[in-house]
Design a protein around this ligand. Structure first.
Ligand SMILES: [Zn+2]
Length: 222
């Protein structure tokens, strides 16, 4: 099965953009970083191209993350938090697990995502898959909180499931930090079909860039 990433405008906007394969979304150049910004090119008002950067503002830190307590997913997400936090040397981002989903900024569930989607970044590895939905609340400049991520086994009981969940949890977490595109390099954690166990130099360069770049989008809610 060929893994696909989808960039769709659904619930928020009336019209749908065409589904894109991951490989269409980024240029094939290698470098110290890749583009992370959300590209919105069409909505109910017609064609209009925006390239939008997001990062969590300092006054929203630590980002409150609620994780479904199954298959040790909280431990996998904690490992992902440590990776991203470790990449940002000046405390630009921090995340903490919380027990109350009603006040969470990010909700991570161990399930397949529902069919109704705003903008979805999806990826697939061998024994598990993940997706993160980005809802721009119709304005393009507001990011609806909570951001919802989904992680789920595709081969239950697979020998590499724990490692797969670890990689995909860190990858989906990367989307929730504001990395709204995939890397074109298969070694990067933010590649659409990630196998990386750690952040590469490009992942670190990209998230650092994102957190030092003026944000166009701001979190709204819960
Ligand atoms: Zn992804």
């Amino acid at each position: 099965m060929i893994p696909r990433s989808r960039l769709l405008l659904g619930a928020t906007f009336v019209a749908l953009a065409a589904a894109l394969a991951c490989s269409d979304m980024v240029s094939p150049t290698r470098g110290t970083r890749y583009d992370w910004r959300l590209i919105v090119d069409y909505d109910s008002a017609g064609p209009r191209l925006d390239t939008l950067s997001f990062h969590w503002p300092r006054n929203r830190l630590p980002v409150r993350i609620w994780v479904e307590d199954s298959l040790e997913l909280p431990s996998r997400v904690r490992e992902g938090i440590a990776l991203w936090k470790g990449a940002l040397l000046y405390g630009e981002w921090d995340g903490v697990l919380v027990s109350d989903s009603a006040t969470a900024d990010v909700i991570v569930r161990l399930t397949q995502p529902p069919p109704q989607i705003p903008i979805r970044l999806a990826g697939r590895v061998l024994s598990c898959s993940g997706a993160t939905d980005v809802d721009t609340v119709g304005t393009r400049f507001e990011l609806a909180v909570p951001v919802r991520a989904y992680i789920f086994p595709t081969i239950p009981g697979a020998a590499d499931l724990t490692q797969c969940l670890r990689t995909v949890a860190a990858h989906e977490l990367g989307h929730t930090l504001g990395l709204f595109q995939h890397s074109s390099d298969s070694l990067d954690l933010m590649f659409s079909e990630p196998t990386a166990r750690f952040l590469t130099e490009r992942d670190v360069g990209t998230i650092t860039n994102a957190y030092h770049f003026t944000a166009d989008m701001f979190p709204v809610g819960p």
